[in-house]
Structure formats: C-alpha cells, structure tokens
Design a binder for this molecule. Structure first.
Ligand SMILES: Nc1ncnc2c1ncn2[C@@H]1O[C@H](COP(=O)(O)OP(=O)(O)OP(=O)(O)O)[C@@H](O)[C@H]1O
Ligand SMILES: [Mg+2]
Length: 250
C-alpha cells in the first residue's frame, strides 16, 4: 500500500469513528440538557443535580473532542484533494468566531458560585481591530477553523478571571496578517518549538489545562501551508502570547 493510500484510509477511519460517536453523544447531551431544564419544576436531590451537570459538561467536552478530530481530518483530506478559495471579509468572520469561542468556553466552564466576590469582573472580552473592508483569499471554512482555534486557545490557557483577548489585522501590501494576543499563561521557549507537533500539549501547573488532543495548532499550521501562508508566535511565560497568521495577497 502506498503512503498516500495509508493516509487516506487513516483519515477515513477517523472520520467514520467520529461520525459514529456523534449520534450517541448528541442523544446523551440532548437528554441531560432536557432533564436539567426541568430542575426548576422538579425537585432533584443535590446528588442528582450534580451528577446531571457533570454528565452534561463531560458530554459537551466529548462533542468538542469529536468535532476537533473531524476538523483535523477535513484539513488532511484537503491536503490531498485540494480546496476552493474565495475572497473573505475578515471582520465579520472574526466577530462570529469570537462569539462561538466564548459560547464553547462557557459550556465547559464551572458555574459561577453565588458567594463569589462580585467586585471582581469576570468574563472574556475580545477586542477587534480590523479595517472594515479588509479581506483575504482563502477557503472560508478553513480560515474560520484557524481563527476559532487561536481564540479558543487564548481563552483556554488563561486562568484570569477577566480574560482580555486582542485581535488585530493589518494589510502589509504583499501579505495580510491577523494576530491574536492574550495575557494568559504564556509558553516556555522550549515548548514553543514543539506546540505545532500533533498531540503535543504542555502539561503543567501553570496552564492548568490538558483537555483537548493537542491537534489545534498542528491543524492551523497545515491550513496556513495550504494557503502558502505562515504562522508565528511570540510568548512570555506568565505574561501571555501573540499568535500571528499571515496570508499572501494573490
Ligand atoms: N494561547 C496559548 N497560551 C498558552 N499556551 C498555549 C496557547 N495556545 C497553545 N498553547 C499550548 O500549546 C499546546 C498545543 O495547542 P493545541 O491547540 O494544538 O492543543 P490543545 O488546545 O491542547 O488541544 P486541542 O486544540 O486539540 O483541543 C497546548 O496544549 C498549550 O500547552
Ligand atoms: Mg487548541
């Protein structure tokens, strides 16, 4: 069997597994949500409420894992089969990705405790600095995956109560850049060289996170390769990171 055929069988197997997991997962998540929505009308014991919340939260995380596998496979397939590109306006796409990333984060976050100090501002705020008419030539779905992933990481590897994320776009004439800046955990220099390797995750106390596959950045890197673009990162441990993606102007 050729290398090409092997890759295609692996990609097909992963897509099939992911699709087969999606149906039972959506049933588990749908029912647990429906039962939880009854919580006001029916009196559940604290144990039952806690168990239901946990089932729902873990179900949500599993769905995100399956979705990431499917997205990664889509990119692998595009590497072999190609994809269409068109002119895509950046600002509306970034806005959409930001609200999706915040919603996904909220689904997995612990509920806010009532006794929490209300003087502390809590939440995620995405500031977008992008010219209204700035566009790139790209596959829209792939571009969305990139922006979504960089925003999700900026939120995830960030233990601050108030998470400020800044997205900035610029036209440099021969290329267009989009950078995502966070003030979260940051990355050590020895890890920066490895975070684009599939399944590499920095497992430490500082980020406090190890959910996911370690497939997001490798996926973004492959998408940029498909567009003859590039990705770079500047990071300071404890101060935050800036991920910048660059698309050539065609
Ligand atoms: N903005 C960031 N701040 C700090 N660390 C980061 C940031 N983005 C990525 N990392 C580090 O790089 C690793 C790889 O990121 P990547 O997005 O590939 O995987 P993941 O987010 O852990 O899992 P997945 O994307 O599959 O859900 C992360 O596990 C994390 O340690
Ligand atoms: Mg990620």
């Amino acid at each position: 069997m050729t290398e090409e055929e092997n890759v295609s069988i692996n990609a097909r197997a992963l897509t099939l597994i992911s699709h087969k997991l999606k149906t039972p997962l959506s049933i588990i998540n749908g029912y647990s949500e429906a039962i939880l929505s009854q919580a006001g009308k029916e009196k559940f014991s604290p144990f039952t409420s806690k168990a239901l919340e946990e089932i729902n939260k873990q179900g949500g995380k599993m769905s995100q894992l399956v979705d990431k596998l499917l997205a990664f496979n889509k990119v692998i397939t595009a590497q072999h089969e190609g994809m269409e590109k068109q002119s895509v306006l950046l600002k509306p796409l970034i806005k959409e990705c930001a609200s999706k990333a915040i919603t996904l984060e909220e689904e997995c976050a612990l509920p806010v405790r009532p006794q929490e100090d209300s003087s502390i501002k809590r939440g995620t705020f995405v500031e977008i600095d992008c010219p209204e008419r700035l566009s790139v030539t790209a596959n829209e779905e792939m571009l969305r995956l990139c922006v979504q992933e960089l925003l999700a990481n900026a939120i995830k590897f960030n233990n601050k109560m108030e998470k400020i994320i800044k997205v900035q776009c610029a036209n440099h004439g021969d290329s267009i850049s989009l950078s995502v800046r966070d003030y979260g955990a940051g990355i050590r220099p020895q890890d920066v060289n490895r975070i684009f390797e599939p399944f590499y995750q920095v497992d430490d106390f500082f980020t406090g996170q190890i959910s996911g596959w370690g497939l997001g950045l490798p996926m973004v890197k492959r998408i940029l390769d498909l567009h003859n673009g590039s990705i770079s990162v500047v990071s300071d441990r404890g101060l935050g990171s800036i991920f910048t993606i660059n698309f050539p102007v065609l």
